[in-house]
Design a protein around this ligand. Structure first.
Ligand code: GLA
Length: 346
């Protein structure tokens, strides 16, 4: 019986939200915090307990309707099984040092760790991310992009990742040592399933049907949209894509003032044009933004609650999580062979 340990990181998106589903760019950072799955590869089902959620996730290997399972966290496990079709089950436990429902991609981390524990190939980060993106969509019914899963499979320690969501490439961008990245919970918990995420995606698609791909649209293209709602949604995406590229330059130049302004602009755009913030998230952003030593702050992730991310001078904030850029997901298998167990790292 093989014993397996798999870890996948959460992520914080530094800038570039709601750009992945129209093939744009984003700048996430995999975290050192994440989700670990430990267990034995055995039997015809997956049976997992979690230290972060109640109930037993008991999922047969021939599961067909992941979204109907209880407890709710079992749906993500089931989504992975339905995509991966493993021939052997898994019995074990999930541990997490990442808060759930916070916009830090705990569900993507769970999917990637479960997939690796079940034997998904660990040398194809894009393929693994796609499997887990489909798993998330099946589990939650939310037509999410690939940002979260690709961050978990492709993280590079000490770096943020410039993600091109059309090419599915990731370029590591060093995070300067004198910057602190702090994630603060707004106090408002949310799941994307109950949000307007799908409606926003539809609006972006409608805008693209009228003016072509938002990835290459210009401000003049956006201005030509006569529907004011579609114009605001498209303006967010087009300006946010640009902010991602300028932020990469600011990172490279160590220009923290420019970076801070970009984060602030990004938040305003998500709040006013994409309308995916909330009064409570806005209040957290305002409070932190005016704290001495904070360069910039914005909501992060899908929105409608969850966390905000601040880029600060060292020691400026003494709340939330001071997050470090972590590496990619990994798996370690202790194989039970004829000559006894041996360990195969990665
Ligand atoms: C959620 C989705 C991602 C992405 C973000 C917003 O986290 O899962 O695909 O769309 O929202 O940037």
């Amino acid at each position: 019986m093989d014993e397996v340990t798999a870890f996948a990181p959460g992520r914080v998106n530094l800038i570039g939200d709601h750009t992945d589903h129209t093939d744009g760019w984003c700048l996430p950072m995999a975290l050192t915090m994440g989700v670990t799955v430990r267990g034995d590869r055995v039997g015809g089902a997956v049976a997992l307990r979690s230290d972060a959620a109640d109930g037993l996730a008991l999922v047969p290997l021939d599961v067909t309707e992941p979204a109907e399972l209880e407890p709710a966290w079992a749906r993500y496990v089931a989504g992975v099984i339905a995509e991966l079709c493993p021939s052997v089950g898994l019995r074990g436990e999930v541990t997490a040092d990442l808060p759930a429902d916070a916009g830090l991609s705990s569900s993507a981390a769970l999917e990637v760790a479960v997939a690796l524990a079940l034997g998904a190939a660990d040398d194809d980060p894009v393929g693994l991310a796609r499997i887990c993106q489909r798993a998330e969509q099946r589990a939650s019914g939310v037509p999410c992009g690939i940002l979260d899963q690709l961050s978990a499979t492709s993280g590079v320690a000490g770096h943020a990742l410039l993600v091109d969501c059309a090419e599915l490439t990731t370029t590591p961008i060093p995070v300067p040592d004198d910057l602190e990245i702090v994630v603060v919970h707004s106090g408002e918990h949310r799941t994307l399933a109950g949000s307007a995420y799908a409606e926003r995606r539809r609006e972006c698609e409608e805008a693209q049907a009228r003016i072509g791909p938002l990835r290459s649209a210009t401000p003049a293209d956006v201005a030509a949209l006569d529907d004011p709602v579609l114009r605001r949604r498209a303006r967010h995406v087009v300006t946010e894509n640009r902010r991602v590229h300028v932020a990469v330059e600011a990172f490279r130049a160590g220009d923290v003032d420019a970076l801070g302004e970009l984060l602030d602009d990004s938040h305003r755009s998500l709040r006013d044009d994409f309308e995916c913030s909330t009064p409570r998230v806005d209040a957290a952003v305002e409070r932190l933004r005016t704290t001495p030593g904070v360069h910039g702050v914005r909501m992060t992730g899908g929105g409608w609650g969850g966390c905000v991310v601040a880029v600060t001078e060292p020691g400026a904030l003494d709340e939330g999580w001071r997050v470090e850029p972590g590496g990619a997901a990994w798996v370690s298998v202790r194989e039970a062979g004829p000559s006894g167990p041996r360990t195969r790292p990665r």
